[in-house]
Design a protein around this ligand. Structure first.
Ligand code: GDP
Length: 462
């Protein structure tokens, strides 16, 4: 995410830091570099122009020349101005005074609306809401089924008037008949019925998934506008694929004119090394970015914090998000049990190790987590090469042990090692390595239990 931009900006600042005092020429050279980096990352031209102008003006002012560390002050100005173009403050979802809150999703086909609907529903459910998903995308035969699948994964009910096509995109007989009918069915009526259903059954948020087209199209805009007029959304979220480059801005403008929206969701932020167009959307449309979608899994979802994103772009890390994800995965009860056990002088076993692994997994992919640490830009290659399957292998090995072996790994002799390797589809060498690493972790846990309290789950062992 924003890797190239991040690298370019870091290199620019490195040059700057080597200088003690900054002349106007130094500042101009820096601004030129920043401008080029932003343009190469696809940030829209007017946004770049304004950004560079503001940064230059501030960099030439007294706040920099009188600063103790002028270079650091320039970085800090860039940080602040990046936050500004990303929308400033984090903006939460506006909830209706009288529930249900109606959230309408709009965007091109393939933008990631249906996936986002599931992620948002899951997120809201975790926050204690009772969401209902409404399938008003009757354009694609399997859109309804797709929403039903993500709804089920998110543990959120889906209002769909008819069965959709099956998962693989084929339309079963019953679905086919429905599909024939539904081509005449009215998505506006479905959306309206869905909101009614939510009101009657006391769901407090309704998320309405609408149909997109491959390109901006008058009929699609009209349909979205008709749905909007029928359900009076509290929020209309424009979902935009960060990978579509400069088109993101033109599409955003078309949706802004055609339907209007109150907030933006950036999707597929995981896939794009440039991503700059996404940086322009808030600025160009004047609408805040509420969420970011960062992968195909339901958990690949983040509340968008402009300040944290700016820090990530400047390679200052996003420790807050990392901590929040750790807290979500962290089971306080289990932690207490473990701390108590260790304090009582009991051994840290392979079973505990497995529990820690699982908690670590719940935090999301290692690559994403490592990427949030400050200064990780320099280690980008190492992160890219990190093999997520390593965690799978460790888990498979521990799972292939008997409970007794997990509790007393000392008994795992040569033939047991060979059996475990076979059972887990790994090699004896890998089993040996894990046992060695575990022995180290066990030692560390013992020391920690004596003095320093609980470490972060699994971190020390990897
Ligand atoms: P819709 O047509 O707007 O409803 O888009 P979908 O939700 O069907 O998404 C289109 C494709 O993009 C699907 O294959 C999704 O799995 C994929 N997708 C959605 N969100 C993301 C994301 O954040 N990252 C990645 N890598 N893929 C995504």
């Amino acid at each position: 995410m924003f890797a190239t931009l991040s690298d370019r900006l870091s290199a620019t600042f490195k040059n700057l830091r080597s200088k003690g005092r900054l002349s106007e020429a130094d500042i101009d050279a820096t601004i030129r570099e920043i401008r080029r980096a932003l343009l190469d990352a696809d940030v829209a031209v007017p946004v770049v122009r304004e950004f560079a102008g503001t940064v230059r003006e501030r960099a030439l002012s007294a706040e920099v020349s009188q600063a103790l560390n002028p270079a650091q002050q320039v970085v800090s100005i860039v940080h602040e101005e990046l936050i500004a173009i990303l929308g400033g403050q984090q903006r939460p979802l506006h909830l209706a005074k009288n529930p249900p809150t109606v959230v309408l999703l709009a965007g091109l086909q393939g933008a990631g609306k249906t996936t986002l609907a599931g992620k948002l529903a899951r997120h809201l459910r975790e926050e204690g809401h009772t969401p209902l998903l409404v399938a008003a995308d009757l354009q694609r035969p399997n859109a309804v089924t797709q929403l039903q699948v993500v709804g089920e994964r998110a543990g959120v009910p889906v209002f769909a008037p008819h069965p959709g096509a099956s998962d693989d995109g084929t339309v079963p007989e019953e679905g086919r008949r429905w599909w024939e009918r539904s081509k005449k069915a009215d998505p506006v009526a479905v959306a309206r019925d869905g909101v009614e259903e939510a009101r009657a059954k006391q769901y407090d948020v309704v998320i309405v998934d609408t149909a997109g087209r491959l390109g901006v199209d008058a009929e699609m805009m009209q349909q979205a506008a008709d749905i909007r007029d029928a359900v009076h959304p509290d929020e209309t979220l424009f979902v935009v694929d960060a990978m579509i480059g400069q088109d993101a801005v033109t599409t955003a403008q078309a949706f802004s004119d055609g339907v209007g929206f109150t907030g933006v969701v950036l999707s597929k932020l995981d896939g794009d090394a440039r991503g700059g167009a996404a940086l322009s959307v808030a600025s160009v449309t004047g609408r805040p970015i509420l969420y970011a979608s960062t992968g195909e899994k339901l958990t690949d979802f983040e509340v968008f914090h402009p300040d944290r994103m700016a820090s990530r772009i400047l390679d200052m890390g996003d420790v807050m998000t990392l901590i929040e994800q750790a807290q979500k995965a962290w089971d306080a009860e289990q932690a207490e049990q473990m701390a108590g056990k260790l304090a009582a002088g009991e051994d840290f076993t392979l079973e505990d190790f497995l529990v820690q692994m699982q908690q670590l997994r719940q935090m999301g992919s290692m690559k994403k987590m490592l990427g949030m640490l400050p200064g990780m830009g320099q280690m980008r290659d190492a992160i890219e090469n990190f093999d997520e399957r390593e965690v799978d292998r460790i888990e498979a090995i521990v799972r292939s042990m008997t409970p007794t072996e997990r509790r007393t790994p000392k008994i795992i002799n040569g033939s047991r090692r060979a059996r475990i390797a076979r059972g887990s589809g790994t090699t004896t060498t890998e089993v040996n390595q894990l046992l060695e690493r575990f022995a180290g972790a066990q030692k560390m846990m013992k020391q920690m239990a004596k003095g320093a309290g609980m470490p972060v789950p699994g971190m020390g062992n990897l």
